[in-house]
Every structure is written in C-alpha cells, then in structure tokens.
Design a protein. Sequence first.
Length: 343
Amino acid sequence: MSRKICLFASAILALFSAQAIGVGAEDFYKGKTITFVVGFAAGGGFDTYTRMIARHFGKHVPGNPSTVVENMTGAGSLVAANHIFNKADADGLTIGNWIGPLVLQHILGNPAAKFDGRGFGWLGVPTPDSGVCALTAASGIKSPEDWLNSKRPIKIGATGPGSTTDDVPKLLREALKLPIQVVEGYKGTARIRLAAEAGEIDGGCWAWQSIKPTWAKGVESGKVHIVLQSMLESHSELKHVPLAAKYAKSEEARDLLKVADGPYGVLARPYSVPPKTPKERLEILQKAFMATTKDAELLAEARKAKLDFTPVDGPTVAKLVNELYDLKPAVKDRLKKIILPKK
C-alpha cells in the first residue's frame, strides 16, 4: 500500500511541477517583449528572415509576448555576436541572429571574436544556406571559365571576416585560383547589392536563399548572373549552375571546399540566446522557434516572399558547433592563413 501511495504522490508532484513550469513561463513572458538583434542592415537576407520569424514568433511562446527587431551592424555581424554573448541580459528576452561561421574566427584565434561558441544557447536555423556567387552582367563574367580566364581580379563585396560574403570568396580564391579581390566593409548584403548595381564592385558570394528574394529582379532581368555554387551539392533550383568542386584540381582544394560547405551552410544563419539563459526558458524558445518555422501562416508568407524554410533545431546546431571546436590542428593552421584578418 505504501508503495502505491508513493507512486501516486510522485505522479501528482510531477503533474503540478509541469503545470508550474508552464504557468511560470506564461507569467514571465506575458506582457513582455522579445527583442531580435540582427547583425546586418535592414533589407538583406538576415533581416528579411528575422522580421518574418518575429511576426509569428510570439504566438508560439507561453504568454504571447510581443516582438521587436533591432539591427546592430558592424564587422560582418561580429558586433552583434559579441553583444549577445557579453552584454545582453540572459533572461530569455533577447535573441541574436548573426552569421554562424564567426564561430570559426574564435576557434582560429581572432581576438575580436570575444565569445565561445559553446556558451550560447542555440534555438535553431531556419534553413541551411546554399552558397553561390552572383556577378553583374557589367562584370563581363557569365561562367566559371570566364572568371578563371579574367585578366583582372573580380571585385567581390563583403561585410567582414567570419561572414560568408568574406570567407567563401577567400576559400574559392585559394582552392580554385580564381582572380578575386575581396572588398570588405559593407554593412550587409543589401549594401553589397547596391554597390554592385552602381558598378562599385562586380558582385558577391552568399546564400541563394537570400539572393532569391532580395535580388530577384536583377536575376530575372539578366542583369545579374549566378555564376558558381560554392557548396558540394547543387541546389534543386540551380542545377544549371556549375559546382565549384568541378574545378578543384587537388585534394587540398577539395578539402577547402568542404569547409565552405560546412559552417557556411547549415550554420550560416543561426538564432541564439546569451550564455546562462535559464534552461527552461531556452527550451521554451527552442520549441517556439521550431513551431514558428513550421507555422502555416509563416510558410504561406514565405512562399510569396520566395524564402526557403527547412529548419534545423537548436540541439543539432549546438552539436555542429561543438564539432567545429574539434578541427584538426593542420586544418586550423591552413584556415588561419586564408580567412583570419591580416594583422
């Protein structure tokens, strides 16, 4: 009898504990505002994804908090990453969206990366990126062969070290011997697009998932050409665009392209919260993130805006980040020479 009483008491305790967690979460978030901090300027891919997610996020959080989006630009979103890690309150009310490959900058020893990727609470990724290089018709480059045979370096716009726009062209330059001049300092892909259209640069390398909704007019009009895919597998919509791997002449070149495929693919646009965010709030936000990326209203809006959503959950992102910290020393040394900022 006493065993039955103990089991009954345990069940009642578990039930009330679960209810208390739910009520506590609802009490905490009710009437509050969740702030999304985007590391890039308004109008680019990161900003476009975040504003869409933010519009639908609150209804999936207990207490239905409101949401607001802030743009914190600088150093290819490094300013935002450092802010989330070091300055933002760890109360579950601030969510960062900065470019994931910045974790490599910390791993490789860039002192400007003032965070440890293993310390963030990861909510997830809305969709893995498919890296491409988009060049204007004015550049005269319509194919990888044109590019390889160019008599001048092709000017590629970039935000800063650690970003896809910066690191991927450097990896392509090293792996394929493409004539590339990386022009850093733009506040986001929206600014890179404008600079390319003005003839200041020839184009840029970043995600098709971002270019498709934000530079559609240029691509559809023929004023912009998708010249090359930097990933190892072709995007279903870009079967006609050559893969960089086709032009790799050595095993070392193929290894560098694998790096371009990893952190710059699945980990490209993660959402995170500060270290020491209470576990129960992290779990609430992780569930809300995945629910939002599968929300019927969001997906209908995404189709109209030409945004892809094939989400990756927070625990998977955390696992991939942890694996990056186990890179072989020889690989680290090679990457340091290619993608770390020159002193």
